[in-house]
Design a protein around this ligand. Sequence first.
Ligand code: ADP
Ligand code: MG
Length: 563
Amino acid sequence: MIVGIDLGTTHSLIGRFDESGSRLFPNALGDVLTPSVVSVDDDGHVIIGQAARDRMVSHPEASVASFKRWMGTARETKLGKRSFRPEELSALILRSLIADAEAATGEKVTEAVISVPAYFSDAQRKATRAAGELAGIRVERLINEPTAAALAYGIQEQRDGARFLVFDLGGGTFDVTVLELFDGVVEVHASAGDNFLGGEDFLDALEAAFLADHKLGSHDLSAQQLGQLRRRLELVKRELSQQTEVRLNFALGERQIDWSITQDRFNQIVDPLLQRMRTPLERAMRDARVQPEQLDEIVLVGGASRMPLVSRLIARMFGRLPMRHIHPDQTIALGACVAAGMKSRDERLEEVILTDVCPYTLGTEIGQMDDHGRVQTGIYSPVIHRNSVVPVSREDTFWPMRDGQRALNLKVYQGESPMVVNNIKLGELEIKLDPKRPRTESAVKLRFTYDINGVLQVEAQVLATGEKYELILEQNPGLLSQEEIRTRLARLDELKIHPRDKQENLALIARAERLYEEHIQARAQLQEWIARFRSILESQDDMSIREHHREFGRALDALEQMR
Ligand code: ADP
Ligand code: MG
């Protein structure tokens, strides 16, 4: 079975396309949103999802979240005795999602279409595919998240020429994309965004306001207290999406803090964040060369787009209200399912072929002679421009700077700055030249080809001799080689992962342990409950486990509601 997956910074979802359309599968706790959090317990067992998120509070050193931000880098996270690459952490999330899909259908998952932010670089895309390999599935197709969102809203069924703007504010990323349906094909016309702007930043702003109001520095709180405060403020933030004023009672040691915040004040403190959203919105519109009135629909996705201030920003900038009938945090996953359906060659989706854009400019470094005959190096010469529809192939011709030059050192960069130092170097290639030939006759033709999977091929040809070169990119330290993937796959297979049917009980214990950290006055009670539940689990008496599970859950609910 081919599934669709939204591998999010904060939450991940899985589903597939069947007779009734896109369908998402719930995890062991009955939720379609699985927190993208990994934790390792004292026995070295891996814990994923809500239980892992609770363990962020009780066992912060053994838990990790938001690792999507590190995709494409070699950063390792130590959890318990082992270190994990971001691809491996993502693979563990994928494995857990796959188990949920297999439990729901009884079928085996062989392949997935995974969504990635439009802004993901080549390295980040490759890392996402490596994560798929490490999870034991095939990932032939990555889909840009905004493209998936538009599919969920049925752009493919609109009249020809329909234009959509997709606004995606998730936990840590912001994407704006303009799409058009042209001849039955969904085309991405422009995408822009900010990889470091999301719902978390609104939480940070709320936290800063709370601390400032009480003349507290973040060092005045222990890590546990800070974690607890953020959990509570997250709820405050969500309530502010519905209510004009929200109260918070927070115990800080002996001190009982009573705080309240109005929607107006919240809007005020997050205004700088709101202003940051304008630039990508304007840029995407400019790059796509469309006027607000030419947009057929504006689609809001991402959990953080639930904040009313987002709709208001859209209304102010575009003079109309966005469309919203799908849960904004499920939209992308539902669209990924549509794409998975296409991949399985579902007839109803036959005509719709997706085209994407290359989200960044790709080019090479050149030197220029100034008026005094001095050579200025480090100048960026774009070959493929940002927002070119892929697959795209462009060529350009370059000459050596001087006569008698023996070689042309060709460096390939990705980025938008006119100076290469500010861009990302992808690789380089040395092209041999005949030093006896004058520079004007030593032209080198360069061809850049960027395909739908985000793979860049660079070909160079010395025109005088016909000699050809192909760019072998240097091993990117941020990427795993095929051999490393194989080794790491074997190591991941050795990891002990709690079976799916144990997860509900595991999540309950993780939640109790989190509450233990948070409610000092209830610790003795919690410790007793945890011990009792653990011993009942050991009895392996299913009836009694279920009964106590319910009871324990209710007791924790009651404690959680205590403010
Ligand atoms: P990602 O794509 O990064 O995994 P999601 O689309 O799941 O993220 O969005 C997660 C973000 O949405 C979090 O920052 C969360 O605080 C925020 N969020 C979810 N529901 C609400 C709400 N009702 N009001 C405000 N923010 C919300
Ligand atoms: Mg998302």
